[in-house]
Design a protein around this ligand. Structure first.
Ligand code: F6P
Length: 326
């Protein structure tokens, strides 16, 4: 097939994250540079089923590089797990003459894609994009740096007011069942306590240590907890009743998903997309791949590989929390 005859679609799926817009922009710009036709697919896999597909123009992506979220919008599609809707999605691709796809999303999206690839052999490259940083096979998922910076900003601010009032604060981060966001935030924001699903903790020994520090003049206590532990309310009670410090909880929630992408996420968006497109344009095989960032290198792995195991936080990072758990 000649390059001019190739059409490539892009969509964003699952939880949105900062970095998706710079990726969409780079996708369109690079497709035009490579003289292939880019298509935009709106509303994620739901939009693929419903044929919300548009031939891209430069003007569709002008002025979006600094915006959080995704201009293509997103969805968590239940219908896509049913064969009849995947078939409808495939027929839409055929109708528009789209040969290949670039898909930004998290593990749920990658599971759906594996099914799509098994059914119809559509050639695609997935780009790991989720603030949770919980995709097996990659050290980095797009959006994580921006989310960490949102958490840093909020935690620094909450610490200011906590110190002014001699209070404890329990900061709950997102991350689903993965403690990565909480762990890195606790380590980089100077938290006293870090509670994540991956690590055991000892509240009695933490309590003794913190009480002593309060007696010696400590003004505040910062606890960072991952949402996956479901321990936020319990920790507030523990600080008030056992440690003996008035405490407030701050659930950061969806603030972590928004905000302007950091420089790092803009750069990673560019790199992920360029690698994905170069691969799609150089390969004739109808492969289902994911471009991962592993050991500081961009590499390609199969969608089966990414779905084959659960992501685990590196031991060196877990070690950072050792003093914050006991
Ligand atoms: O996967 C990204 C994420 O933000 C998780 O951290 C969080 O648990 C979940 O999505 C929230 O989902 P929703 O936006 O559907 O409430």
């Amino acid at each position: 097939m000649k390059k001019e005859d190739i059409s490539i679609g892009i969509l964003t799926s699952g939880g949105d994250c900062a970095g998706m817009n710079p990726a969409i922009k780079k996708f369109v710009d690079y497709c035009f540079d490579m003289k292939v036709q880019p298509y935009l697919i709106y509303d994620g896999l739901e939009g693929l089923i419903d044929g919300k597909i548009k031939k891209a123009k430069h003007s569709d992506v002008a002025g979006i590089i600094h915006e959080g979220g995704t201009r293509l919008r997103s969805s968590r599609s239940k219908r896509f797990f049913e064969l009849k809707y995947r078939k409808q999605a495939y027929e839409n691709l055929l109708n528009y003459g789209i040969d290949k796809l670039v898909i930004l999303g998290g593990d749920g999206s990658f599971r759906a894609l594996k099914q799509f690839h098994d059914d119809f052999g559509v050639s695609f490259v997935g780009i790991p994009a989720t603030i949770d940083n919980d995709i097996f096979g990659t050290d980095y998922c797009l959006g994580v740096d921006t989310a960490l910076n949102m958490i840093r900003f909020a935690t620094d601010a909450v610490r200011d007011t906590s110190a002014s009032f001699r209070r404890g604060c329990v900061i709950e981060t997102m991350g689903r069942n993965c403690g990565y966001l909480a762990l890195v935030s606790a380590a980089t924001c100077g938290a006293e306590v870090c509670i994540i699903p991956e690590l055991e903790y000892d509240l009695d020994s933490l309590c003794a240590k913190l009480r002593k520090q309060l007696e010696e003049g400590r003004l505040y206590i910062v606890v960072v907890v991952a949402e996956g532990t479901k321990k936020t309310a319990k920790l507030v009670k523990w600080l008030e009743k056992e440690v003996g410090i008035e405490t407030r909880a701050t659930i950061l929630g969806h603030t972590q998903r928004g905000g302007n992408p950091t420089v790092y996420d803009r750069l990673m968006a560019t790199e992920f997309v360029v690698h994905a497109l170069d691969k799609l344009l150089s390969s004739q095989a109808k492969e289902g791949l994911v471009v991962v960032y592993k050991d500081a290198l961009f590499q390609f792995v199969s969608i089966d590989y990414v779905n084959s195991q659960k992501f685990q936080i590196k031991q060196e990072l877990l070690d950072l929390a050792s003093k914050m758990t006991k």
